[in-house]
Design a binder for this molecule. Sequence first.
Ligand code: FE2
Length: 175
Amino acid sequence: MERIPPRKPASLITQGLVAVLRQEFRLEWGGIHGAAHWARVRRNGLYLARLTGANARVVEYFAFLHDACRHSDGHDPGHGPRAVGFALDIREGHIDLDDLEFSLLLAAMEGHTSGRRHRDVTVSACWDADRLDLARVGIEPDPARLCTVPARDPEVIRRASAAATRWVERYFGRG
Ligand SMILES: [Fe+2]
């Protein structure tokens, strides 16, 4: 009898959403704040969501939207608030979250650059998922700057940093 492969859980990141992200994003699509980073943040975040009870739907949108409105790969303190405005603009048609989930997404994006701690586990998991990818810019994630207990696990930091470093080697080693 033919075996049916297990179905991968459907991603919330639709082709339509990717199309509007491509229109919005001003930096290099494959660069340090681009789609490869978003994919690793998504993977980090979904892992943390399984262990913490964070809302995986919010985590997934955060991963793909939080840096979408950067105007620079350097210091760009306005990019979180701009991502909030962008999410409000595209919510209808592209973001399938209820009002509570959407408010968590906005809070996570607004504060993701400078936020230290947040009382909500979903916002905390979003911030950690992003910070666990800091090795791509040569920064070892600092457990004191991570909000959730699973993210502070040295093995979790090591694995996330190894994935980021592999990407750096491919990205900067090209050509
Ligand atoms: Fe990021």
